[in-house]
Ligand binder design. Structure first.
Ligand SMILES: Cc1cc2nc3c(=O)[nH]c(=O)nc-3n(C[C@H](O)[C@H](O)[C@H](O)COP(=O)(O)OP(=O)(O)OC[C@H]3O[C@@H](n4cnc5c(N)ncnc54)[C@H](O)[C@@H]3O)c2cc1C
Length: 491
């Protein structure tokens, strides 16, 4: 039954916050979204300067049907708002010995490519992807669609099945060990290890359960959004406005007050707002430390191990690098050392893998013709204390020399447009703890179960959490899942 009287306030207009807003509006709530910045979308953002436009956040969309669902809830046709198509490849890998392997988003083509370029036969690739699919079917009802901490959920059939078949979740070894055991070829291991690294995790520590991401990459597929990723935000914003949601931009929340196990008000610098229900889409560390000023909970949240951050260059080039796919990875010469440096030593590796997204072909960019548009990313630790200005210079030199070595092009004089994001960008602009791109790391099986819950009704009845820093974690599809869990539980 629709509830016309209750007000839901949401702090943050990231993808999780917007999805909850749309879902609660469909349930009849009066919804108010408070956003510190002047535009919605959080980490799904864009940069515009001198006629150049860049998506600055995610480039891979998984499970787009989870976005479509939000439109259907309001009896709207999602295709009137935004569109997407399946990407051909999830990455063209450039290995140090000159081998190139295209990781096609298609099991058959991927198996062909791998068997042609390595010693791994086709049937091994099929077997692996089949196992990843089975694992996904078993694990996703438990890890993606359920609030793990509710006992009643463990009694539901899909969760019971996952728990009874615990051994099939592949929790007793790391992703790297599992892949190394199955494939005797280090290049193939590197490709399938990206199930962890592409979400900011360490494949040498992440449990093998995370190999389900390969099912998303190569069976379900990666999707490109027509007119760029920011079109998702524009589409959700339009839908939310039509559904009656009110947005308050340039409105950072400065304090949240609780009384008798209920949130009673949230404050901006100038106003107090009263909420029947409050949803947090900001990083939980920011929420507990700054908004609640709850030292104990902040300390607990800060103890969680984080996924990596990144330095990203957004370049408009007057010279084209030939041979680039949409997604490209120049692979490190020593993968293990790279991840040890990143996660164990929290330092900057001298030979990191380099991720280059050539977004020139993306329609809707309206960028001047004849240029090449690249997002070039290197993972760095989610940590403050580095001199990021100096590190950025060092990394830029590494990137330029690796590009020259791999493609024979010196592009240093051809960078006509440049913007750079560092861990400080993610902290200062989005209040993300230590600049982590995806929130808490999955470095043990336990970490699946120890993510911050989506609600804590025993402590605070009307408080809910969505987004990257809570269950089920970072990534657009995960944030959309947390929004769905909240809307199901909220009444
Ligand atoms: C460079 C990069 C690449 C990525 N690549 C991918 C990818 O390819 N595929 C994928 O699925 N995911 C990817 N991700 C992850 C994905 O973008 C995030 O997991 C997701 O967008 C986070 O959404 P969220 O709901 O947690 O909110 P956020 O995006 O974190 O937004 C939170 C919002 O809250 C606002 N806020 C914070 N504090 C306050 C306050 N006090 N008052 C008011 N507002 C406040 C912030 O300004 C922000 O707008 C990537 C992320 C980054 C940064």
């Amino acid at each position: 039954m629709k509830n016309m009287t209750k007000t839901a306030c949401i702090i943050g207009s990231g993808i999780g916050g917007m999805a909850v807003a749309i879902r609660l509006a469909a349930k009849g709530y009066k919804v108010k979204v408070f956003e510190k910045n002047d535009m919605p979308g959080g980490r799904i953002s864009q940069a515009e300067e001198n006629g150049f436009r860049f998506d600055t956040g995610p480039t891979k969309l998984y499970m787009p049907e989870m976005l479509d669902e939000l439109f259907v809830l309001h009896n709207k046709n999602p295709r009137n708002y935004f569109n997407y198509h399946r990407a051909e490849s999830s990455g063209l890998y450039f290995f140090p010995d000159g081998t190139q392997i295209n990781a096609w988003c298609n099991a058959e083509k991927l198996a062909d490519e791998i068997s042609n370029k390595t010693s791994v036969p086709k049937h091994k690739v099929y077997q692996y992807l089949h196992k990843c699919q089975k694992l996904w079917e078993l694990a996703s009802p438990l890890f993606l669609y359920s609030p793990l901490y509710l006992c009643k959920n463990f009694l539901k059939a899909p969760c019971r099945k996952a728990l009874l078949q615990f051994y099939r979740l592949d929790i007793f070894t790391s992703l790297d060990k599992r892949n190394r055991k199955l494939f005797l070829d280090s290049k193939v291991v590197e490709i399938f290890n990206s199930a962890a690294s592409s979400f900011g995790n360490n494949p040498y520590k992440s449990v093998a359960t995370i190999k389900y991401v390969s099912h998303l990459n190569y069976n379900l597929g990666v999707y490109h959004v027509q007119n760029g990723m920011y079109s998702i935000v524009k589409a959700l914003y339009d839908l939310a406005i039509e559904a009656g949601v009110t947005f308050y931009f340039d409105s950072p929340i400065t304090r949240v007050f609780q009384s008798n196990k209920r949130i009673v008000s949230i404050n901006t610098a100038t106003n107090a707002y009263f909420a029947d229900l409050l949803v947090i889409d900001t990083d939980v560390v920011h929420f507990y430390r700054d908004l609640m000023q709850d030292k104990k909970m902040a300390k607990k949240a800060m103890k969680k191990k984080l996924t990596s951050s990144a330095i990203i260059f957004y370049w408009g080039l007057s010279k084209k690098i030939e041979g680039l796919n949409f997604y490209n990875i120049i692979v490190s010469g020593d993968s293990k050392k790279q991840f040890d440096t990143l996660f164990k030593n929290k330092a900057i590796d001298s030979d990191p893998s380099i991720y280059i997204n050539d977004i020139s072909g993306l329609s809707g960019n309206n960028n001047p013709e004849g240029y090449q548009y690249l997002q070039v990313m290197v993972s760095v630790p989610a940590k403050h204390g580095h001199n990021w200005k100096k590190v950025t210079e060092e990394i830029k030199n590494i990137v330029l020399s690796k590009i020259e070595k791999t493609f024979g092009e010196n592009i240093s004089k051809n960078i006509l447009f440049e913007q750079v994001a560092t861990p400080l960008t993610y902290t200062n602009i989005y209040n993300t703890h230590n600049g982590s791109l995806f929130g808490q790391a999955i470095n043990s099986f336990r970490s699946f179960f120890t993510k911050h819950p989506n609600f804590i009704s025993r402590e605070t009845e009307n408080l809910y959490f969505t987004g990257s820093s809570v269950h089920p974690g970072g990534g657009i599809h995960h944030c959309l899942a947390s929004a769905k869990i909240i809307a199901t539980e909220a009444n």
